[in-house]
Design a protein around this ligand. Structure first.
Ligand SMILES: O=C(O)CCC(=O)C(=O)O
Ligand SMILES: [Fe+2]
Length: 302
């Protein structure tokens, strides 16, 4: 609510998201993501090495002068303008609006901790490496799709693995999520930071509101004052669901370390966002059997 994004831009964006997924599959496959380019269309995404039941399209930051960005993120791939007139304009405008909302939230978070509102700016600024993802969760009928309260995703049977998106923490700083207000299937594990077993609670959409999620980088920057929630998406059972998370990410030169106003002890060692992103990205695209990198790997233990 009160996010400041003009309703006409949201309406046009929503229309384009649906029109994009309605394109013939050949047109979407022409702009498919590849191992060397993480931008574009995919229907074979893995989260925690399990297949997600969805189609997606990723569109990200562009900084053609930065060679690092090219090798990490690839290049945006857009459908032909004749196939989808107005798509590029609608998503780039919505992307810019989400960047503004995120920068504003970041300042508010810094302020809430007694820090200078611009305390986190140097890790983001104009070279933030954010991206916008469009999701379509198709209807999956006829199977018992999930069961609750597993502590270890590897214990799930193959049917139970049929989630829209498996349990995870968002790796970046903030996620600005546009949810379909007709379908509720996003869930948060309210016990993620306790030792008790998972307890999944619905994060139901609220009309005209954006859902804001804190990611791992904010958890580190705020020295655990803000904790990233673990979440997942159930497969859609009755109705197709669309969603669009905008992932607000630091710049690739950013070194992320706790920023505290007082004498408090630092709970994390400094980490490189570029290194973290590269490691996570490798995990989402390959089934190597190696454990994903986590911020817990940077936690300072006594
Ligand atoms: O579709 C959603 O509501 C959220 C998706 C999500 O958590 C993600 O892509 O990281
Ligand atoms: Fe997420």
């Amino acid at each position: 609510m009160n996010h400041g994004i003009p309703q006409c831009k949201i309406d046009e964006f929503d229309r384009m998201v649906r029109a994009f997924f309605d394109l013939e599959v050949e047109k979407k496959l022409k702009i498919r993501r590849t191992e060397g380019n993480s931008r574009g269309f995919a229907h074979d995404e893995l989260t925690k090495r399990t297949p997600d039941l969805k189609e997606l399209y990723d569109y990200g930051h562009s900084n053609p002068d930065d060679p690092t960005h090219k090798c990490v993120d690839g290049i945006n791939q857009l459908p032909d303008e004749e196939d989808l007139p107005g798509f590029c304009e609608a998503i780039s405008e919505y992307y810019a609006e989400c960047s503004k909302v995120s920068a504003c939230l970041l300042r508010a978070i810094a302020k809430s901790l007694g820090l200078d509102p611009n305390a986190f700016d140097e890790s983001f600024g104009d070279t933030h490496t954010s991206y916008l993802r469009l999701n379509k969760y198709p209807v999956k009928e006829g199977v018992e799709l999930w069961s609750d309260n597993h502590s270890n995703p590897d214990e799930l049977s193959s049917n139970e693995k049929l989630l829209g998106v498996n349990r995870h923490f968002d790796a970046g700083a903030l996620t600005v999520l546009r949810q379909d207000d007709q379908v509720s299937s996003l869930q948060v594990n309210v016990n993620a930071h306790k030792s008790s077993k998972p307890h999944w609670v619905d994060v139901s959409p609220v009309k005209d509101a954006l859902t804001i999620n804190v990611g791992d980088m904010i958890q580190v920057l705020t020295n655990d004052e803000y904790k990233a929630p673990e979440h997942r998406v159930l497969a859609s059972r009755n109705k197709v669901r669309y969603s669009a998370p905008f992932f607000y990410n630091p710049s690739f030169t950013a070194k992320i370390a706790p920023q505290t106003s007082g004498e408090g002890e630092m709970k994390y060692k400094e980490l490189s966002w570029l290194h973290f992103r590269l490691s996570r990205f490798a995990g989402d695209h390959a089934d190597t059997g190696k454990k994903d990198i986590q911020i817990a790997d940077y936690r300072i233990t006594k």
